[in-house]
Write a protein that binds this ligand. Structure first.
Ligand code: C2E
Ligand code: CA
Ligand code: CA
Ligand code: CA
Length: 279
């Protein structure tokens, strides 16, 4: 039976089993999922605020869980990170997203970049540059149609040659975005050090618009800074016309959020493009 608590380890496990056993079972299930590629990507449109034009999609992973249906990343990404499995998930996502973007282009849809999230582990454990180059080569996707989203915390990883890595990714031609901007480190020095193209203003600020003056001041400051530093600014989690209106007034260039669309499975994303994009 379904457990009451929604915490990850509480599903479908006999009450008497120990926590350690449950964790091992979940870990084994996730390992199996990684081996079999039991994931699905949903794609959320990123649009230009002025024109409403499609500017790209963010690919967001879901786990096709044998008992639980589609499981949201918030419920397993943390666990996958702790168990050292997230890099394998990210690799699957990278592959799948590039393959999908290429398929859409070959099918004649408006060519737009696909953005994937890469975890800190991906940067720590693997040669990301080599991996990205390989995936682009395998899928035939032009590098400019791949964006990589990383958080400020990932950016701050010590001992990972982050600066060289990001410059090497940049040389491949992929776009680089800072995810959840404003929630991580307070030092902005890294914006000069790293070849960043885009800042994604964290949803926590956007969702407090338009009435919270502090949130408005922060969002406005990020937009201004972005303009001065020639960075693209994208507001995450835009849900209301009032929020959109305020962002437009501030000069924010791009948005993503339920107001335009929630993340959609590939077939629905394609249908969305047919409806919204002139081809
Ligand atoms: P994120 O990268 O910040 O992605 C945005 C999240 O906000 C997504 O949740 C999206 O569905 C949700 N969202 C978008 N617009 C709105 C809105 O208007 N209102 C609200 N309330 N939410 C909105 P999702 O898909 O559940 O993903 C959660 C997080 O899981 C992501 O946050 C990202 O950190 C992580 N994640 C997702 N896919 C991957 C992946 O392939 N690899 C890694 N490492 N992390 C991933
Ligand atoms: Ca993201
Ligand atoms: Ca984000
Ligand atoms: Ca987030």
């Amino acid at each position: 039976a379904k457990a009451r608590g929604r915490s990850f380890s509480q599903f479908y496990t006999p009450a008497l089993e120990g926590r350690a056993t449950r964790m091992l079972m979940q870990e084994q299930m996730l390992r199996n999922a990684v081996e079999r590629g039991e994931f699905e990507l949903h794609y959320q449109p990123q649009t230009l605020i002025q024109s409403g034009e499609l500017a790209g999609f963010e690919a967001l992973v879901r786990w096709k869980h044998p008992h639980r249906g589609l499981v949201s990343p918030n419920e397993f990404i943390g666990f996958a990170e702790n168990r050292g499995l997230i890099a394998a998930v990210d690799r699957w996502v990278l592959n799948q997203a590039c393959r999908q973007a290429k398929t859409w282009q070959d099918d004649g849809y408006l060519p737009v970049p696909v953005a994937v999230n890469l975890s800190a582990q991906e940067f720590r454990q693997r040669d990301v540059v080599q991996e990205v180059a390989q995936v682009l080569d395998d899928t035939g996707l032009d590098a400019r149609y791949l964006h990589i989203e990383i958080t400020e915390t990932t950016l701050m990883l010590s001992g990972t040659h982050m600066q060289q890595t990001l410059h090497a990714l940049k040389s491949l031609g992929v776009g680089l975005a800072i995810d959840d901007f404003g929630t991580g480190y307070s030092s902005l020095a890294y914006l000069r050090k790293h070849p960043i193209d885009r800042l994604k203003i964290d949803r926590s600020f956007v969702s407090d618009l338009p009435h919270n003056p502090d949130a408005a001041a922060i969002v406005n400051a990020i937009v201004q800074m972005g303009q001065s530093l020639h960075l693209e600014i994208l507001a995450e989690g835009v849900e209301s016309p009032e929020q959109l209106h305020m962002l437009r007034q501030m000069g924010c260039a791009m948005m993503q959020g339920f107001l335009v669309s929630a993340p959609m499975p590939a077939d629905r994303a394609a249908a969305w493009m047919s409806q919204h994009c002139q081809m």
